[in-house]
Design a binder for this molecule. Structure first.
Ligand code: GN1
Ligand code: MG
Length: 361
């Protein structure tokens, strides 16, 4: 593999590189911070795109360029200040594209957003801001003129994810199926109910819109005052149900434990975060949401722990081919934690409905 410094040299960046160091904790791509000498030039983030997952890098970067261009235009129209910190800026490589291929690896480089932070956990106040920001993100992209490709086909299609799990079970590549019977039964028991969105879509009732599709809480940058600057990690921006963005944020921020918490007593659904995020989201998304979308929000809160449980379990059964793992049973531990979260969400179903009704009054 080419050295990182040689990769960076293929991008049209400013300044001289002082240091390149690993950055972040994503489960898919590898990220590095590229620090430049002095104050004049910005710092950068260099990323190796996971080409096994994002097979069409040209489409991937095309989507991202379209989305960042459109958001930038909206921010300018609104007369926003500090725009460089409010939308990602990918720089061109020597080929003129915003990515560079070297020896079968694909790289891209973006301007590092200074004085910004991501959090693994957020308080209710931050959650409300995050809700407004994701609602606003969807609202800004509602009139994007470009047609976005599906960077990962069927990404949040629950029927497809269940089919993948069933195929993994049938193949049982590592002999792991025997030990996960309990989870497989619990998943199958809920399968029909959880595929509601696909059914509504087929009936022509539920639309797809441009969504972020990876609204984990740590994919959002906050400034020094706790205001949302921008949404990052745009690889999965594509047409989906609004449930994706609403549900995945709550799956991460609304968990009192960790996504892979080995201690299930720590994993519960935090209703205070739910209320704050929902209030924020409805304030900016209400203008375009259909009744069927609003009614589906409690379902979305359950759907994402469920879907993630299915995806982690399928990966465990397949022998850990998709998600980065830190130890042998990591994907099973993740499965258990997501299932516990799902059970906790299910226990709050009526309360969630009531709260949403009150919000709309
Ligand atoms: C992956 O790249 P990262 O870590 O933000 C995954 C998401 C999962 C998430 C679980 C392309 O996101 O869908 O929800 O891990 N992204 C992809 O933590 O599969
Ligand atoms: Mg991420």
């Amino acid at each position: 593999m080419e050295k990182l410094i040689d990769i960076v040299a293929h991008f049209c960046h400013e300044g001289r590189v002082a240091e390149i160091a690993p950055l972040g904790a994503g489960l898919i791509n590898d990220s590095y911070k590229v620090t430049t000498e002095g104050q004049a030039a910005p710092d950068y983030v260099l990323q190796r795109i996971n080409h096994a997952i994002f097979t069409d890098v040209d489409m991937l970067q095309g989507n991202i360029e379209a989305v960042t261009r459109h958001i930038r235009r909206k921010l300018v129209e609104r007369g926003e200040s500090d725009i460089e910190r409010k939308v990602l800026h990918f720089i061109a490589s020597t080929t003129g594209k915003t990515y560079y291929e070297a020896g079968g690896n694909y790289w891209r480089m973006m301007v590092f957003i200074p004085r910004a932070k991501t959090y693994a956990t957020v308080n209710p106040q931050y959650s409300q801001c995050a809700g407004e920001a994701f609602g606003d993100f969807q609202a800004m992209l509602a009139d994007i003129p470009d047609t976005l490709g599906e960077t990962i086909p069927n990404f949040h299609n629950m029927e497809f994810r269940l089919q993948q799990l069933r195929e993994a079970v049938a193949a049982d590549a590592c002999g792991r199926v025997a030990e996960v019977g309990y989870y497989l039964d619990e998943i199958e028991r809920r399968a029909d109910a959880m595929c509601l969105a696909e059914r509504l879509h087929r009936e022509g009732v539920l639309p797809k819109r441009v969504c972020h599709c990876d609204t984990k809480v740590d994919n959002m940058m906050f400034d020094e005052q706790g205001r949302v600057l921008c949404v990052i990690d745009l690889d999965t921006v594509m047409p989906s149900f609004v449930f994706s963005d609403y549900g995945d944020f709550l799956r991460t921020a609304g968990n009192t434990g960790l996504e892979d918490d080995p201690d299930l007593d720590r994993v519960n659904f935090d209703m205070e975060i739910f209320r704050a995020f929902t209030r924020g989201y409805l304030s900016s998304a209400r203008s375009f949401l259909l009744p069927v979308e609003i009614e589906g929000l409690p379902y979305a809160a359950a759907l994402f722990p469920y879907m993630q449980c299915v995806r982690f379990l399928a990966d465990y059964i397949n022998g850990d081919t998709y998600y980065k793992i830190k130890y042998a049973s990591h994907n099973l531990v993740r499965t258990r934690a997501q299932f516990k979260l799902l059970q906790s969400v299910e226990g709050h179903s009526d309360e969630m409905k009531q709260f949403i009704e009150e919000c709309l009054k």
